[in-house]
Design a protein around this ligand. Structure first.
Ligand code: ZN
Length: 331
């Protein structure tokens, strides 16, 4: 086996990958005995289904799909940030919002183009004909997932038997219940290039900030009046997935860190990521962004991504044990 991932952080997507890879490739008791298994099992609690009130007029549906769906209430309708993976799961999220989703959907915002964020748009668009916003790089970029069918299945554990499956690290599952589909995708109708776009939708002031990290086109959605930051997939309660085994482009750490710093400077009072539960409180939000950005430099410690076969990826990416401890504490 030429690919090896060794991880000792308690809660993170790389741990999920390691479990998936070991279980898939080994299928043995040794694979199942991987030390992080029980912690990963406890981590599934992160994805329990709930509509969480972030602040007045902002709600997030966690656990209904692989990614979160965020609802912003305006005075003449609603704004949706990310839409879930497919129409079936989007319908579940929509139903969970219930009466909170009042009036027409005026706009849908894609934080980035990954299928788990863009695959449920038809459900939220309905007959409301909303504008669909994204960064221009979402529509003009070349396809990023070059080995999706082959290695994406492994990355998300799609083919693992139930007895071996725990969760997919930053989501409970992707592609296991409903096979990947693009039938719920609606292409963006309004895009912007450059650093940012300021706009008012349904009476709500928003800024869309270009914050490349997990993807080149990732944007953060910032509500200056409510001090809510939606960073897309640039932040999750996990070590950044710098080199996914499904063969996406390397995600340069220095670019990602610059985006995290930009977001931290906003002074958010809540952080509502694309996966997992929100981080509430200004201190927690600032600390969370700072820790992910600045404790993950190369060569500092025991987090190891082995040779994942990606040109340009250091054979060892280190991070201090403190990250793991801090993540565990916050959990
Ligand atoms: Zn995502």
């Amino acid at each position: 086996m030429s690919t090896m991932i060794v991880v000792n952080l308690p809660v993170q997507s790389a741990a999920a990958l390691a479990v998936v890879m070991l279980a898939t490739l080994c299928g043995t008791a040794a694979g199942q005995a991987f030390a992080g298994r029980e912690k990963l099992r406890a981590h599934s609690n992160e994805f329990r289904q709930e509509v969480i009130r972030v602040t007045d007029g902002v709600y997030v549906a966690v656990g209904y799909s692989a990614s979160n769906v965020i609802l912003i209430q305006g005075d003449s309708g609603s704004i949706i940030v990310d839409t879930g993976s497919n129409p079936q799961e989007a319908r579940e999220a929509r139903a969970a919002f219930g009466n909170l989703l009042g009036g027409p959907v005026r706009a849908i915002i894609y934080t980035h183009g990954h299928p788990d964020h863009t695959g449920g748009a038809t459900v939220f668009a309905g007959n409301d004909n909303p504008d669909i916003y994204s960064h221009q790089l979402l529509v003009e970029g070349a396809p990023d997932i070059v080995r999706g069918r082959r290695d994406g299945g492994d990355q998300f554990g799609m083919r693992l038997p139930d007895a071996l499956y725990i969760n997919a690290g930053i989501q409970l599952q992707y592609g296991r219940v409903t096979p990947p589909t693009r039938e719920g995708y609606v292409p963006p109708t309004r895009t912007f290039s450059g650093d940012q776009l300021s706009l008012t939708l349904a009476g709500v002031r928003l800024q869309l900030l270009h914050t490349p990290g997990e993807t080149r086109e990732n944007i953060a959605v910032w509500l200056p009046d409510k001090r809510v930051l939606m960073p897309g997939d640039d932040f999750y309660r996990a070590f950044p997935n710098l080199s996914p085994i499904r063969g996406t482009r390397l995600r340069p750490p220095e670019v990602w860190i610059a985006s995290l710093d930009k977001m931290r400077d906003l002074g958010a009072e809540s952080l509502v990521p694309g996966h997992m539960r929100p981080v509430m409180g200004a201190d927690s939000a600032r600390t969370a962004l700072a820790e992910i950005a600045h404790k993950r430099s190369v060569g500092e410690g025991p987090l190891l991504f082995g040779d994942a076969g990606t040109p340009g990826l250091p054979s060892t990416v280190g991070a201090p044990e403190a990250i793991g401890a801090d993540l565990e504490k916050r959990h």
